[in-house]
Design a protein around this ligand. Sequence first.
Ligand SMILES: Cc1cc2nc3c(=O)[nH]c(=O)nc-3n(C[C@H](O)[C@H](O)[C@H](O)COP(=O)(O)O)c2cc1C
Length: 157
Amino acid sequence: MKTLCLYYTRTGITKEIMENIAASTGADLAEYTDGKDRKGFLGYVGACFATVRNSVSKVTIKGAPDLKSYDRVIIGMPVWVEGPCAIGKALIKKYSDKMPDDVYYVVTHMGKNDYMGKIRALDSLLGKPSSGQVSIKTKDNDYIKDSQGFIDRLEKH
Ligand SMILES: Cc1cc2nc3c(=O)[nH]c(=O)nc-3n(C[C@H](O)[C@H](O)[C@H](O)COP(=O)(O)O)c2cc1C
């Protein structure tokens, strides 16, 4: 099955998780971005504003892969302000008509509560039910092990 893993990352954790998923599943890997430098304290504040205002409009996938040539797309994104980040939401909205039938979400967050309800709600942007979702805690947790659990479920699908 030809798979593409997509990720947005601010501090590298979602990237690391998606690299692991891509390596374990033989998938291609690409980063998506809104082109803004969101590093450091000012970047953090900007990310909060972008979330609250839902103001991310421009999002592109580096290398511009042809989404239609894939059987499966796995989208990684961090949580910002109690929900999947604005850039991930903008990506899903922009590319929903180009996504294959099988779309999965991998959402990373520091806190212990999972975000499954809000992750499933991404389907309203996708316009169809996603095939699977995972909410991965990244602080004080073996998040690579958790991502391995997701890969195992994926392989049984
Ligand atoms: C603006 C902002 C808001 C955040 N809000 C939350 C939150 O509400 N709940 C949570 O558990 N983590 C929150 N986080 C933490 C990130 O979701 C978490 O550290 C994530 O794994 C970082 O992924 P990255 O390294 O790929 O950017 C927030 C991070 C940022 C930058």
